[in-house]
Design a protein around this ligand. Structure first.
Ligand code: NAD
Length: 525
C-alpha cells in the first residue's frame, strides 16, 4: 500500500477581484477586448474528439441576442454516432488519466486559471456578444470561472492527501478517493463560462474524462475554454467538445453504457428527463449512473414591515433585473408585508425608472437582451397570463424585437400566491409582487412553490431572521442583501426540491460528487 503522501503547498484560495470599470484604464482595456472579439465573429468551429477536429453535414449558428443578424460562430452539430464515439474514446483516455497524480491534475487547473486571468476581458467580451451580458455581469462570470479552477484545484489536493481514519492495532488502513469514469457535462447558457468551467474542471481534476455538450446558445465561449485547456497541455481526449441538439445527441450521451455520470445544470424539465433516462440500465452497463442535476428556481425576497425599505428596493431590483433576470438565483417574487407595500413600491419604481437597457457592448447599459426569440416570446406570454389572472403591470410589460430580443424590465403588482407567474420559472426580467398580511404569511408564500433555490429576507428584527433560518426552505438564504451573486468558497451553491440535487458548487462537498471512496486494510502482525 502507498506510503505517506507528499503534501503540496499552495497559497490559500482567494476570490478573483471584480474589475472596477469606473477606472478609465479598465474601460479602455475592455473596449479593446470587445474590438478583438468583434474581429473574430462569424468563424466556423469544429467538434473536438480526442483532439481531432471533426465536421458534420449539419451546422448551427450562434447569434448575438442584441442583434440577431450578427453571427457569433458557426458550429457543426454532432450526431448520435459521434456522441457514441466520443464516449468510447473518453473511456479509453480515462484508463490513463485516472493514473495521473492528483497534484499534477490540479496543476492543469492552476495553469488554466492563470491563463484565463491574463485574457480575462477577452473571455468576458465573448459573453457580451454571445449571451448579452453587461460588462459587469460578464466580468463576474469570468471571475467565477477562475475561482472554480483555483478552488477545485486546491480541493483536489485535499481529497488527494492522506485521509484521517480511526487507528486500530495490527492493521494498516487507508482510504483513497478515486474517479468515476466518463462524464457527460451539460451546462446551460446563462453562466456560459463559469458553470461550464466549474462542472468540467471538477470532473477532470478528480480524474474523470469528459464529453462536454455546450448549450446551443453559447457554444463559442465553451470552445474558447476548450482551446485554453489544449494550450495548458491537458492530454487529448480528457475533454471532448461536442455541440449539438439536446434531444438525439444529448440523449445518446446520457444513455451510453460507458457514461458513468452526468453533470447537468439547466431547466427542471430537462433535468428530470436526464435523471429518468440515466436511471434506465443499458445493456453492458456496469454501474448505477450518478446524476448531478442543478435545475430551476422561483426565488423570493421577503420584505418585512421592519425592513430598511431603501435597501430592500435596491436588493430586489438588482436580484430581479441583473442579467435580465436570467439567473437561476434571480428574485422573481417580492413578497411584501402589506403595511409597507405602498412605500416599498414607490421606492422600487423610482429605482426601476433609472434602469438603462440596450446593446451591452455599450458600457452604460445595465440591461441587455434576453437570450433568444423563443425565450422572449415565452416571457411575453407570461406577462399576458399575469394580466389575465388579475396582475397589474406597474412597470414595463413590453418588448422591442426589431433587431434584438429586448424585454423591458417588468413589475407586476397584486399577484396572488398561486398565480401562474408566482409558481412557474419565467427566467426573464419579470418580477411578481405579492402582498402578505404579516411575516407568518410571507414565510408560507415563500415556501409555496416546488422549487427551493435561493431566497432573502429584509428585516431589522433578529428574531424574524432566526425564524427564517429554520423555516425558509431554500439552499441559499440571504439576509438584508440581494439573493444573487454567490461567490465560490463563500456561498456554496445549490438548491432543494425541484431546484435540483443541492450539489453545492463552489463548496467543500462538491468534488465528492465526482469521486468514490476506496477503503483498504492490511494485516500487519
Ligand atoms: P435547458 O434545460 O434548456 O438546457 C440545459 C442544457 O441541457 C443545454 O446544454 C441543452 O442543450 C441541454 N439539453 C437539452 N435537452 C437535453 C437532452 N434531452 N439531453 C441532454 N441534454 C439536453 O436550460 P437552459 O435554458 O440552458 O438554462 C436555463 C435553466 O437553467 C433555468 O431553468 C435555470 O434556472 C437553470 N439554471 C440552474 C442553475 C442552478 O445552479 N440550479 C444555474 C444556472 C441555470
Amino acid at each position: 500500500m502507498a506510503g505517506k503522501k507528499k503534501t503540496v503547498k499552495v497559497s490559500p484560495f482567494k476570490n478573483e477581484p471584480m474589475t472596477d470599470f469606473s477606472k478609465p484604464a479598465n474601460r479602455k482595456a475592455f473596449e479593446k477586448a470587445l474590438k478583438t472579439v468583434e474581429s473574430q465573429l462569424g468563424k466556423e468551429y469544429n467538434l473536438i474528439i480526442n483532439g481531432d477536429r471533426i465536421r458534420t453535414n449539419h451546422t448551427m449558428k450562434s447569434l448575438n441576442p442584441a442583434n440577431r443578424e450578427q453571427v457569433i460562430g458557426v458550429f457543426f452539430d454532432a450526431n448520435e454516432e459521434l456522441a457514441n464515439k466520443a464516449v468510447e474514446i473518453a473511456h479509453e483516455r480515462f484508463l490513463k488519466w485516472r493514473t495521473v497524480p492528483a497534484a499534477k491534475r490540479a496543476q492543469y487547473l492552476f495553469k488554466a486559471a492563470n491563463l484565463m486571468r491574463k485574457r480575462k476581458h477577452e473571455f468576458s467580451a465573448w459573453m457580451v456578444y454571445e449571451v448579452g451580458k453587461s460588462w459587469a455581469e460578464a466580468d463576474g462570470d469570468t471571475a467565477e470561472a477562475i475561482d472554480f479552477m483555483e478552488f477545485y484545484g486546491r480541493e483536489m489536493l485535499r481529497y488527494g492527501a492522506d485521509q484521517p481514519l480511526t487507528k486500530v492495532p495490527n492493521e494498516k488502513n487507508e482510504l483513497v478517493y478515486i474517479p468515476l469514469g466518463v462524464g457527460a457535462v451539460i451546462p446551460p447558457w446563462n453562466f456560459p463560462l463559469a458553470i461550464m468551467v466549474g462542472m468540467t474542471t471538477a470532473a477532470v481534476v478528480t480524474g474523470n474524462t469528459v464529453v462536454l455538450k455546450p448549450s446551443s446558445d453559447s457554444p463559442t465561449i465553451a470552445y474558447k475554454f476548450v482551446e485554453l485547456l489544449e494550450e495548458v497541455g491537458l492530454p487529448k481526449g480528457v475533454v471532448n467538445f461536442l455541440p449539438g441538439p439536446g434531444s438525439g445527441m444529448g440523449d445518446a450521451l446520457v444513455k451510453h453504457p460507458k457514461t458513468r455520470f452526468i453533470a447537468f445544470t439547466g431547466s427542471k424539465a430537462v433535468g428530470l428527463h436526464i435523471n429518468k433516462t440515466a436511471a434506465e440500465t443499458q445493456s453492458g452497463q456496469l454501474w448505477i449512473k450518478r446524476v448531478v442535476a442543478e435545475m430551476g428556481g422561483k426565488d423570493s425576497i421577503i420584505v418585512d414591515n421592519e425592513a430598511d425599505l431603501d435597501k430592500a428596493a435596491e436588493g430586489v431590483l438588482a436580484s430581479a433585473f441583473g442579467f435580465q433576470g436570467q439567473k437561476c438565483s434571480a428574485c422573481s417574487r417580492a413578497i411584501v408585508v402589506e403595511s409597507v407595500h405602498e412605500k416599498f413600491m414607490s421606492k422600487l419604481l423610482e429605482r426601476a425608472k433609472k434602469l438603462t437597457i440596450g446593446d451591452p457592448t455599450n458600457y452604460t447599459n445595465y440591461m441587455g437582451p434576453v437570450i433568444n426569440e423563443k425565450a422572449m416570446k415565452s416571457m411575453m406570454w407570461y406577462i399576458d397570463k399575469a394580466k389575465q389572472e388579475g396582475g397589474e403591470i406597474v412597470f414595463g410589460g413590453t418588448n422591442d424585437d426589431k433587431i434584438g430580443n429586448f424585454v423591458m424590465p417588468t413589475i407586476v403588482d397584486n399577484v396572488k400566491p398561486k398565480d401562474t407567474i408566482s409558481q412557474e420559472e419565467i427566467f426573464g426580467p419579470v418580477l411578481a409582487v405579492i402582498k402578505a398580511k404579516n411575516y407568518d404569511e410571507a414565510l408560507d408564500i415563500a415556501n409555496n412553490t416546488e422549487y427551493g433555490l435561493t431566497g432573502a429576507v429584509y428585516s431589522k428584527n433578529r428574531k424574524k431572521l432566526e425564524r427564517a433560518k429554520e423555516e425558509f426552505h431554500v439552499g441559499n438564504l440571504y439576509f438584508n442583501r440581494k439573493c444573487t451573486g454567490a461567490l465560490v468558497g463563500v456561498h456554496p451553491f445549490g438548491g432543494f426540491n425541484m431546484s435540483g440535487t443541492d450539489s453545492k458548487a463552489g463548496g467543500r462537498d462538491y468534488l465528492l460528487l465526482f469521486l468514490q471512496a476506496k477503503a483498504m486494510s492490511e494485516k500487519v502482525k
